[in-house]
Design a protein around this ligand. Structure first.
Ligand code: IVH
Length: 686
């Protein structure tokens, strides 16, 4: 059994495994998963698809559940978080986690090189240049090759125990890798930087804004905030990554240079950055710094400079350290990506959730290679604390180098300034009353505000909501601009002729969209609730509420305190849901949706009738729209059973990406075969 090289190996039914076989398979699965993690994260050369990986992972989880005697703290399945804690414990570091002296000017960096050459009598120094990752520094300790704990830097002597959070980061191995016969150190403390890639950061912030949470200011704050979470299960879903860059202490092994260390770390499965470079002189290091500065925007993660480090360990020792920083390394910062321009006006933008955001309209300016003509001012308080007004000169930065932001006003004497900014009392788009929540203002109109409408319709039609295929941004904009749709209920009154009048539409495409809309008239309560786009009601909350109240009618009538008692709901959600259903406009839209034939199915009746009672399902290959758990749960909710192997008793085989030998088996037994789409249709119809 070798899942490293033969991951498609088919699985025996768990019921048929004896203890010995299970132990053997668990061992092989763990090794296979660790190996494929290594290929994916460290080598950046995955050999198997995500779905095959998920299949191995799932199987290991199932085996560990069925044979708890083989559970282990360092199993790759232990990367999903632990119960929350009240506070983070303190941890004393194995050695002081030093900080770095920083240079901003080239002259300071030149002085650093001069100092080292003078003090060591060397003519030329070999350096290692590494990107200076903008994240959170951590110490991770492995004992006997096994993950022991992980801690934040804190004050350098003592940090906070964030072991559970660190364990959830997929690129952190719980066991050090060793090639056959090679030994791993009996003790190893490594230092690395936990960070959030730029793209993941943007997506996370988008989601937070949609849910009404404050966005993180930059990827570093996002990484640091996440790392200090008390509930590691929440961290498990976060897109955190890590690069390792120093050994803090090690037993039983010595290295003569940093470059050697950087070769060894990945051998143990500890990921290093591919942009680290050895430079044989200061001049070469300087050139590489300029190159990285040029490429800065293309990198997938934020860097704010380079770290230039003496390569040779003997020279490092000769130089020694100051109280807080080594003499052999320097953080050489890039100049900040900021530019000065004129703020022409402050306008208010209305988002899907109705949130009003002040936006600065700028005289276009290039900031770090990107032309910026708008920048967010976040909220009214921020406009006031920065004291910016139309006609002011302002400094612009790309915050976290992603979203352009107004950093500060540049004072100019004797210049006539524009008017102080205040949020309007009425929504700038629909004129409805504006209300305030925390530091943010919202349009109270809900589904009838036209600025929100485009976003709402897109959300209503999205895959996890009503799933109307073909209802993309361009179409929705046209429908709203042409006033063919004033609320989501209008969608159901569109005729083929209406759709045909849209630019780019012909008879056939209009008919297709018409069918897609008419086909989206039925939805289970949780999907419908999610589709309504109520603030703070994402998919999960929608499911929780739907399970609790069962019918739309009951939920609509629920009082705020009743809503608050729903586990996981809390006051913010309760207030938002209550407010939504109390709004007259929203009530009207809901009535019209019902009149248009939209049927909201209660959760319970569906489950109580158990339409799949007695039916046996087997899944093979990776599914796109469901995790295995969700697929299984769906079948079980409807009274069916999901089993792991195909037999003549099996009723359905659901085939995903890269199906295993179960497909042949199913054909042999004439089992009905469904692809994912067919499976989805089947369960949604019931
Ligand atoms: S080496 C004794 N290498 O920068 C050497 N630090 O301003 C200590 N950092 O707290 C650090 N990238 O969090 C090192 N490639 C890198 C780094 C790096 C980012 C951070 C680290 C440190 C801070 C100092």
């Amino acid at each position: 059994m070798d899942f490293k090289h033969d991951p498609k190996n088919d699985f025996k039914s768990i019921d048929d495994l004896d203890k010995k076989e299970a132990e053997k398979e668990i061992k092989a699965l763990r090794e296979g998963i660790e190996y494929h993690n290594y290929l994916y994260y460290v080598k950046n050369q995955p050999k198997i698809s995500d779905s095959t990986f998920d299949r191995l992972f799932k199987r290991l989880q199932e085996l560990e559940k069925a044979f708890p005697e083989f559970q282990s703290e360092i199993s790759p399945t232990q990367k999903i978080g632990a119960p929350p804690v009240d506070r983070l414990k303190k941890i004393k570091h194995t050695v002081t986690m030093l900080s770095l002296n920083a240079a901003l000017e080239n002259k300071e960096a030149q002085d650093f090189d001069d100092f080292i050459r003078r003090n060591t009598g060397q003519e030329k120094i070999t350096y290692v240049v590494e990107p200076k990752f903008d994240g959170m520094s951590v110490e991770i300790v492995y004992e006997g090759g096994h993950f022991k704990y992980g801690a934040t830097r804190g004050d350098g002597q003592t940090g906070e125990d964030v072991s559970e959070n660190i364990k959830t980061i997929r690129a952190v191995p719980l066991r050090l890798r060793s090639e056959e016969g090679d030994e791993v150190p009996s003790f190893l403390a490594v230092r690395g930087e936990v960070f959030m890639p730029k793209k993941a950061f943007q997506e996370l912030n988008k989601k937070r804004i949609e849910l009404g949470d404050n966005p993180f200011a930059n990827p570093r704050n996002a990484a640091a905030g996440t790392m200090r979470q008390l509930d590691s299960k929440k961290v498990a879903g976060m897109p955190l990554d890590i690069y390792f860059y120093e050994i803090l202490s090690i037993e039983g092994m010595e290295f003569s240079s940093h470059w050697e260390v950087l070769h060894q770390l990945p051998e143990w499965g500890l990921k290093i950055d591919k942009d680290n470079r050895r430079c044989e002189s200061f001049q070469k290091a300087e050139r590489y710094r300029d190159e990285l500065n040029q490429r800065r925007d293309e990198l997938e993660y934020e860097i704010d400079g380079i770290v230039i480090k003496v390569d040779n360990h003997t020279i490092r020792e000769q130089l020694g350290t100051r109280q807080r920083s080594p003499r052999w390394a320097l953080a050489w910062k890039f100049p900040p990506k900021k530019e000065v321009t004129t703020l022409e006006d402050i306008v208010v933008q209305v988002g899907r959730t109705g949130m009003l955001t002040p936006v600065a309209l700028l005289q276009p300016v290039e900031v770090g290679g990107v032309t910026v003509s708008r920048a967010t001012l976040h909220n009214e308080d921020e406009v006031h604390s920065k004291d910016v007004r139309p006609r002011d000169k302002v400094r612009i930065a790309r915050a976290g180098d992603v979203i352009p932001e107004v950093v500060e006003r540049i004072k100019e004497r004797g210049k006539k300034r524009g008017k102080k900014f205040f949020m309007p009392d009425e929504c700038p788009v629909c004129g409805s009353e504006v209300f305030k929540e925390g530091a943010y203002y919202f349009c109270s109109a809900g589904l009838t505000c036209s600025a929100q409408l485009i976003g709402h319709i897109l959300h209503y039609a999205s895959r996890n909501a009503m799933n109307i295929e073909g209802m993309g941004e361009k179409v929705v904009k046209k429908l709203v601009d042409r006033e063919l749709v004033k609320d989501v209920a209008d969608l159901y009154h569109l005729s083929v002729d209406d759709l045909k009048t849209l630019e780019g539409f012909a008879q056939k495409s209009a008919e297709n969209l018409y069918q897609a809309i008419q086909g989206a008239q039925e939805a289970r309560l949780d999907r419908f609730l999610y589709a309504l786009g109520i603030r703070h009601v994402g998919q999960h909350v929608a499911r929780v509420l739907a399970r609790e109240f069962n019918t739309l009618n009951k939920l609509q009538k629920a009082e705020e305190d009743e809503l608050q008692e729903v586990p996981e709901a809390g006051p913010q959600i309760a207030r938002s849901v209550h407010h939504f259903f109390k709004q007259e406009q929203n009530q009207k839209v809901l009535e019209r949706l019902q009149e248009s034939g939209v049927q909201v199915k209660p959760m319970e009746t569906r489950a109580m009738s158990l339409p799949l009672k007695g039916k046996k399902f087997v899944f093979t290959g990776g599914l796109d729209q469901y995790t295995r758990d969700e697929a299984r749960q769906t079948v079980e909710d409807l009274g069916g059973r999901a089993t792991s192997s195909v037999s003549k008793e099996t009723d359905y085989l659901v085939v995903g990406e890269e199906p295993g030998s179960k497909l042949d088996e199913a054909k042999k037994h004439h089992v009905k075969i469904l692809d994912e789409g067919e499976f989805k249709k089947l369960v949604e119809k019931l």
